[in-house]
Design a protein around this ligand. Structure first.
Ligand code: PLP
Length: 423
């Protein structure tokens, strides 16, 4: 459509992973190959115990006298009061904090937090000048690429690559490349990371928070996969509640992606700004979703089911995929799996891959396997970096059998690709 504003044009572009997802959906719908192994999905697995928890909570709300007012009334744009209270009391108790309700905002999914923050703290500034959204460790969540209304305001920094053992590696923030100054409006990173499964260490997070604090830069720690729920961390990690840190949660990977629930915890001065943005954009999140989530957070039931059911589910899948790679991928291929520290994805790096990641994606499609080409996950990275085209993301939402067979086919294809390039 031609008659669009600059912002309208920018927001309607099908970039990064959205373009690939379109291709994936069309491929799966084409019915060309009935036995696709889909290792691209971002939707969490529906686990029966988790679904049951939400069904029971929903039923309780439906049967309660509060049902009418919950669904038939607007509420405060800060969030449904029992949900805010539940977050305050659970976090205060668990992490020995002294949060008040002024430190919490409930949003329609956590993606919206990054959108509100990117356009409140970065972009053209009221006092003049333009500030950036800094992604301190690229690759990172592809959704960050679309959060800023001002074109080109998202900037990402290349990491340091550490080969940790044979066929394993880990990204680390490269502090020699990270500059913290007045040009930065806010910082965002996911921990655990989508797409890589990386968990920045407690020390790395503290260092980023401290360096940012010098310039009063808010740091948004995207904890969509972190403890206490969904607790998809397989290395120890502690949340950081420094004064300039905005701790961002999502209920999506705890089984409620359809209800759109995000939570920001932080200094009231930031919360107020984000709340005002939210009021203008969408008023508030679904009150029904908040009402069913609140009691499970307050009682600790959600943290418990995350620890006992959700976390072991993906932990097992990480074991399956790791052992499958070691079983099927020959040593002659320079393959490296990112350390599986958290999240619901495995990240494969093929050093000096003779073809581009998107070509590999097409070849894998021919063998019936769908992954997501890695180059979709470097939003804001301006540099032409060969590594961007040497990775793929593999979702752990498939069954163990599918993961095993998928990796077997991936191993076959990549072995052939390297052989062809030397032959
Ligand atoms: N952050 C990360 C790292 C994600 O992977 C996702 C979704 O996949 C989101 C944020 C958005 O989640 P939500 O459903 O809370 O908007």
């Amino acid at each position: 459509m031609e008659n669009l504003s600059l912002i309208g044009q920018q927001m309607s572009q099908l970039t990064g992973v959205r373009a690939i997802m379109k291709d994936i959906i069309e491929t799966l719908r084409s019915g060309e190959n009935a036995s696709w192994i889909d290792l691209s999905a971002g939707n969490p697995v529906i686990l029966p115990e988790v679904e049951q928890l939400w069904r029971e909570q929903a039923q309780k709300i439906i049967d309660s006298p509060d049902f009418g007012p919950i669904i038939a009334r607007y509420g405060s744009s800060q969030g449904y009061e029992p949900m805010i209270e539940a977050i305050v009391s659970f976090f205060n108790q668990r992490y020995n904090l002294s949060l008040g309700s002024e430190n919490v905002l409930i949003t329609p999914g956590s993606q919206s937090i990054y959108f509100f923050a990117a356009n409140s703290f970065a972009g053209p500034m009221a006092a003049g000048g333009i500030k950036k959204v800094l992604l301190p460790l690229s690759p990172d969540y592809t959704g960050y690429g679309g959060v800023a209304l001002t074109p080109d305001s998202v900037w990402a920094v290349k990491p340091f690559i550490e080969k940790t053992s044979a066929h394993r590696f880990k990204y680390r923030p490269d502090f020699s490349q990270l500059t913290f100054d007045e040009s930065i409006g806010c910082i965002i990173f996911s921990r655990p990371s989508n797409p890589t499964g990386n968990v920045l260490t407690d020390e790395e997070v503290q260092k980023i928070a401290d360096l940012a604090a010098v310039y009063d830069i808010p740091v948004l720690v995207d904890s969509a996969y972190a403890p206490p729920f969904p607790a998809l961390n397989y290395v120890p990690m502690e949340p950081n509640f420094s004064p300039n840190v905005l701790h961002c949660l999502s209920l999506s990977k705890a089984g409620l992606p359809g209800e759109r629930l995000g939570v920001v915890i932080g200094d009231a001065k930031y919360i107020n700004i984000l709340q005002s943005f939210q009021t203008n954009a969408c008023v508030h999140s679904s009150r029904f979703g908040q009402a069913i989530a609140a009691p499970t957070i307050r009682s600790g039931a959600l943290a418990e089911i995350a620890q006992d059911v959700i976390s072991p589910h993906y932990g097992e899948k990480f074991k399956v995929i790791t052992s499958a790679f070691f079983r099927y991928c020959p040593d002659s291929v320079p393959w490296y799996l990112h350390e599986t520290e958290g999240g619901i994805f495995a990240w494969l790096w093929l050093e000096n891959l003779p073809i581009q990641d998107v070509e590999l994606y097409q070849l894998l499609k021919k063998s019936g396997v769908i992954v997501v080409p890695g180059s979709s996950f470097f939003p804001g990275l301006r540099e032409d970096w060969k590594h961007k085209h040497e990775c793929v993301r593999i979702s752990l939402t498939a069954t163990p059998k599918e993961l095993e067979e998928g990796v077997r086919r991936i191993a076959q294809v990549i072995t052939q690709v390297y052989e062809d390039s030397t032959g």
